[in-house]
Design a protein around this ligand. Structure first.
Ligand code: COA
Ligand code: ZN
Length: 312
């Protein structure tokens, strides 16, 4: 029996940002636009379409302005831009981003490597951004990177993550993301931290961002979902990774996650066949295989003919 109110998960597609930021080969703006336009047809309500960071830091996304101006905006989709500072916010606003995603790391060392500034400086800058966008039709999300572990420092104190979350809430942001930048989270840790976060903010404000670096990505999704989280980032093909985090590798794969949801009765509203078709075009676009598994294995319902000559 289909439940009257199936459980729902909101999946934000991040391949155009997290996915492409680490690609060694230049993806022309027109191809980025085509990818985002393709994703816009598949039922997503949120797409992180690029970032407005230093072009020296992330050359692969230096064309954020052209990309945001070139996409065909589908009604109802929030097109998000990742930003590190006020300059990024100004560029993203000028290019027409609907939401700004401000990022800093729970670990001081990763913030220094990634943002070339201390956490306190990042946070002070976010205060300036909040002031600067007041009255404008844009929402703000704030991410805690390395929230579950840091490739330089290892263990991250949960209280440190919660302090940053409180600081974000005090700034008045509309959403908060906890990011497992290099896939160090485990399901027990995820469940505990998500529960503690949801004592502070509603599930509609909290996004989890997992990388599958150690194969635990979808386990962590289920643990977070059981703990009450309902919003997750994922990248087509399982692309992605932070170039300033040693050993970083792909995000959880969108089509693998949508398949998990379809098989377990969680509604996503996303067109899985369309996703698979788009994902199967990635190797030609990027010049290499991608980590996602469903696009290679096919769905459970893609059955095979029995071999001939079997005993009756
Ligand atoms: N967009 C474009 N250019 C920017 C920028 C932005 N958001 N912020 C700074 N710059 C430019 C400055 O104008 C300056 O340019 P110039 O050399 O031509 O004068 C140059 O970058 C250096 O500026 P500065 O403020 O000294 O930055 P920095 O070199 O200390 O780098 C960051 C700081 C935050 C800009 C940089 O580390 C960064 O962009 N990090 C983001 C990394 C990332 O995206 N990681 C993955 C996602 S989490
Ligand atoms: Zn990421």
């Amino acid at each position: 029996m289909i439940p009257a109110n199936p459980e729902r998960m909101l999946i934000q597609e991040v391949a155009p940002r997290d996915g492409l930021q680490i690609e060694p080969t230049w993806v022309p703006s027109a191809d980025k636009i085509k990818l985002i336009d393709g994703l816009s047809q598949l039922g997503f309500s949120r797409i992180e379409a690029g970032s407005f960071v230093s072009p020296k830091a992330i050359p692969a996304l230096r064309d954020g302005d052209e990309v945001f101006r070139g996409i065909q905006r589908a009604p109802g989709i929030v097109y998000v831009a990742l930003i590190p500072n006020l300059k990024g916010a100004e560029r993203a606003l000028a290019a027409g981003a609907d939401e700004l995603n401000m990022v800093l790391s729970a670990s001081q060392s990763h913030n220094l490597a990634n943002m070339r500034m201390r956490r306190e400086q990042s946070l002070a800058g976010f205060g300036d951004i909040v002031q600067a966008v007041q009255g404008q039709a844009v929402s703000l999300n704030a991410t805690v990177a390395t929230a579950f572990g840091c490739p330089f420092e290892g263990h991250i104190d949960e209280d440190q993550v919660l302090r940053l979350l409180d600081a974000y809430l005090e700034l008045g942001v509309q959403g908060v993301t906890l990011a497992d930048t290099t896939g160090m989270a485990n399901p027990r840790q995820v469940e505990r931290l998500v529960r503690r976060c949801l004592e502070r903010l509603p599930a509609a404000m909290l996004t989890l961002h997992f990388h599958n670096t150690r194969g635990l990505g979808l386990c962590n999704v289920l643990a977070a979902f059981e703990a009450g989280a309902r919003r997750f980032d994922a990248a087509l093909g399982g692309l992605g990774g932070c170039p300033f985090a040693p050993g970083a590798s792909g995000n959880i794969c969108t089509e693998d996650l949508v398949n998990l949801c379809a098989e377990t009765g969680i509604a996503t509203g996303i067109d899985l066949e369309g996703l698979l078709a788009l994902s199967r075009g990635l190797p030609a676009l990027l010049g290499h295989e991608v980590p996602g598994q469903l696009a290679k294995a096919g769905r459970n319902c893609d059955l095979h003919p029995l071999p001939a000559g079997l005993p009756a």
